[in-house]
Design a protein around this ligand. Structure first.
Ligand code: NOJ
Length: 729
């Protein structure tokens, strides 16, 4: 009977939701707001209940996370179909950078500045995941992160609000494809709402205290972009924001998200974050925590069981209005309708599709493409790179040369055939050189201990070679959730290994694998070539070999500043000028600076080299005095003056010289990735309107102010051409 009602064709989804809601008991409604981990995998501290299946049958569960595969999801969905209301379950999973085919870490992908490619990576991830029965990914993470000590910096798009917002849009659209209801679309979940990336000291789960102006201007726009792109869901965050945990935060969830932004999807808590409000000291017990979270607009409780155990009593006690429950359930049911699950709860349970997506050559090939695009060339003295395939003896040294699983990075799933599928650096280079070169190998040292007994072998191997490729970095499980670190230097004795090999006098190329900016000053200052390879996924080895041997000219640009040392953190390009700005890198004379450190970061935001060289002309501006309705056209001519064809990310920055509140010394406002043949020149033009000049003032009014603006265009955030305009109201 119920099933017939759901399918009445002429009704709108809202009407269908209403008619289902009318048939539901209070307990069944609360069941929809409850989500458990499914016992197959765990991404947080697990609570064993023993009878999840009976709870599903009793209509006490609306969603399950960490259950994948058509067989598993079908089993649980069949149980849901035995419940009185037969409301299908939603299966959620952290599909962060791929499901079966793993792509580079999100931070690495951000280094590509290639929005179509980033969108395609999300699209493929969604296609593979949905074929395995998954309806919902807990991605993209759109937290702005200015602190590389925070382990989750790997999961987002870096430090910049503009780049982060553009990437948020690309990822949401990628995951949701041509729209919910298609069986290759998964619901996106922009997380963690909000300001989780600003945890004090970069320590995971820590508090956040910031002005509402900074919150609105720096941290919220990527969420707004995700909502505007149609993100079906939002996940709130573990941190408290200015003393109120995000999960119990009405300002964030009710006023901004559901109010100002008119977000129509639902909000899921983070794992256990409803109950964790007790630890925060914000709720006395789970009863109070459930009350605070539900009233603040958290629609679904992931894993804390506070809702399922307390909401009915809270409604009966008059502490939570029935309308609050109804609103949350409507939001959740609406998504289930949009996903087509009421029509067919098994529509994501197609074994043939699952099989087809399991080993999909196109997906694997694309993994290599985006991995190449994510690589950043940090240094290349005397054009040591690219290498010729005809090198006689190549030494491959370091703990990552033959590493397998590390190539995938945090937030990736382990499959039984990982060893056969993942292309190591060793294999990638072997594939590239074939029998043209003799490859030598020595591990040299472990990733993170003090043993140097492998150094001698490494030196011996280096001495027999014409060139040494040294692969160092941090293990993939050293970044990610709960992986904050206070020491970002290359772990263990790896930098000592580099120094020791350097003494052989052989040319050295250092490859750095990491999920965050690391500190490696000696290497940066003494080794001729450095390539930042992050964690690149299933095709890592092939992609790195493509770059090393010049089949691909690297074009990645850093989406986050690299500090000189941990004490310089946070260091980010769009800071304020202060009343006593340093005049140059070495100026320490009663200015805002560290007396023991150069003022600039080691590598700045937007930085990355190519095998070719790009020259920028002076900026040309169509006007230097403008009125509100005018459009400013700022252009430069970029010329490829080097020896290779290549790509360049041309970046536009703007500075508002005087404001009613102080403005950053520059802010990214646009970028274009262009491809230029050797010897080719192209005019690159940006159009700027007053909308690009808006900011939040002290009263949180979002507008632009008349005055002088500096326009900057360049290949990174430091090396820019400058022009000035005056904009009148
Ligand atoms: C906790 C993490 O903070 C969140 O990002 C993730 O989606 C959930 N666990 C589920 O795994």
């Amino acid at each position: 009977m119920v099933q017939v009602l759901f399918c009445t064709a002429q009704k709108t989804i809202d009407q269908k939701v209403d008619s289902v809601l009318k048939l539901m008991t209070l307990d069944e409604k609360i069941g929809q707001m409850n989500q458990y981990n499914g016992d197959f995998d765990a991404t947080g501290p697990i609570t064993q209940d023993g009878d999840k299946q009976n709870q599903i049958r009793a209509g006490k569960l609306g969603s399950v996370l960490n259950v994948t595969g058509v067989a598993h999801t079908r089993t649980l969905q069949e149980i849901a179909m035995q419940s009185r209301m037969k409301i299908p379950l939603l299966f959620g999973q952290d599909i962060i950078h791929g499901y079966r085919t793993i792509f580079p870490l999100p931070l690495a992908e951000a280094a590509s500045w290639d929005l179509p490619a980033i969108g395609k990576s999300a699209r493929i991830a969604a296609t593979e995941a949905s074929a395995a029965g998954i309806h919902w990914t807990f991605a993209p993470m759109v937290d702005i992160a200015r602190d590389p000590r925070w382990g989750r910096v790997m999961e987002g798009a870096g430090e910049d609000t503009y780049l982060g917002s553009r990437i948020a849009t690309a990822r949401v659209k990628g995951f949701q494809g041509s729209g919910l209801g298609n069986t290759d679309a998964v619901m996106a979940c922009a997380k963690h709402f909000a300001a989780y990336g600003a945890a004090v000291g970069g320590r995971d789960y820590n508090s956040v205290d910031m002005s509402l102006r900074q919150l609105n201007e720096v941290y919220l726009p990527p969420f707004k972009a995700a909502v505007d792109a149609g993100a079906a869901t939002i996940m709130n965050s573990f941190n408290d924001l200015n003393g109120t945990p995000a999960t119990g935060n009405k300002y964030l969830q009710r006023d901004i998200l559901k109010g100002q932004w008119k977000f129509k999807g639902f909000v899921v808590s983070d794992w256990g974050s409803v109950g964790e409000m007790i630890n925060h000291g914000y709720a006395k017990d789970n009863y109070e925590a459930a009350m605070l979270a539900a009233n603040a607009g958290s629609d679904m409780d992931m894993e804390s069981r506070s809702y399922i155990r307390n909401l009915a009593k809270l409604v009966n006690d008059g502490k939570v209005e029935l309308s609050v429950i109804d609103e949350a359930v409507k939001r959740i049911l609406k998504k289930k309708f949009e996903m087509g699950l009421f029509k067919d709860p098994y529509r994501f349970c197609d074994e043939a599709r699952e099989k087809q997506q399991w080993d999909n050559t196109d997906n694997i090939n694309f993994s290599r493409e985006i991995a190449k695009k994510s690589i950043v060339l940090l240094k290349n003295e005397k054009q040591l790179l690219p290498l010729s395939r005809q090198q006689k003896n190549i030494a491959l040294v370091g703990p990552f040369v033959k590493a397998v699983r590390d190539n995938l990075g945090f937030w990736s799933y382990t499959w039984p055939d990982d060893t056969a599928r993942i292309v190591t650096l060793w294999q990638g280079i072997q594939n590239k050189v074939g029998s043209n070169a003799n490859l030598l190998y020595a591990k040299g040292c472990n990733i993170n201990d003090s043993l140097k007994n492998g150094f001698d072998e490494a030196v011996a191997v280096a001495k027999q070679s014409d060139i040494v490729i040294l692969s160092v970095g941090e293990a993939s499980n050293m970044t990610g959730e709960a992986k904050s670190r206070s020491n970002l230097h290359l772990p263990g004795v790896q930098e000592e290994l580099i120094k020791t090999i350097a003494q052989t006098g052989k040319p050295i190329i250092v490859l750095i694998s990491a999920g965050r900016p690391l500190v490696f000053n000696w290497t940066a200052d003494n080794v001729p070539a450095i390539v930042y390879t992050w964690w690149l996924g299933t095709q890592a080895g092939n992609a790195i070999a493509d770059v090393l041997f010049g089949d691909y000219n690297p074009a990645g640009k850093l989406p986050i500043s690299f500090p000189r040392t941990e004490g310089q953190i946070p260091v980010y390009y769009n800071h304020y000028n202060t009343g006593r700005p340093a005049k140059n890198d070495k100026d320490v004379n009663y200015v805002s600076a560290y007396t023991d450190l150069l003022n600039s970061p080691k590598y700045c935001f937007g930085y990355g080299l190519s095998y070719t060289k790009f020259d920028y002309s002076a900026i040309s501006l169509n006007k230097t005095t403008l009125n509100a309705a005018d459009k400013l056209e700022a252009s430069v001519t970029v010329s490829n003056t080097g020896d290779y064809d290549g790509e360049e990310v041309v970046q536009l920055y703007v500075r508002d010289m005087v404001g009613s509140v102080v403005r950053p010394i520059k802010e990214l406002k646009g970028f274009q990735k262009i491809w230029l043949k050797k010897g080719e020149s192209r005019e690159v033009k940006f159009t700027i309107t007053v909308n690009d000049l808006k900011f939040f003032d002290d009263a949180l009014k979002y507008d632009w102010e008349a005055g002088e603006f500096e326009i900057m265009i360049g290949g990174n955030s430091q090396d820019v051409k400058r022009g000035k305009v005056v904009w009148n109201k």
